[in-house]
Design a binder for this molecule. Sequence first.
Ligand SMILES: [Zn+2]
Length: 111
Amino acid sequence: MAPANEAPAIFGRMMAIARTKSKSSRPAIQRLRCWAISVLYEADAIVQCEKHGWLLDRADPYARECAFAIARKCPPSGLSSEEGVVQIMDLLESIGDSCPECPPKKVEYAQ
Ligand SMILES: [Zn+2]
């Protein structure tokens, strides 16, 4: 297996989120999604809504480049460097930059 012991402590929670919010129940897909999340987290390319747990894209080009570099260097077992990068891109496409459950930040509340 890949050196998953480097994953941050939050990885367990990420796994749970990936399981519940993944469209597919196939274990291999879940494993790749968890891997992509851990890489993006490590590169600081994504954050998590503290209230609801949704993963949010920080839209930070430098952090994304870091994530791609990690993916190229350490793709998941059975995948090439390019396929690893594709997994990262797929995950970034699947998450938004704002939490769907948090109220919009710029709402003017009428009194
Ligand atoms: Zn939220």
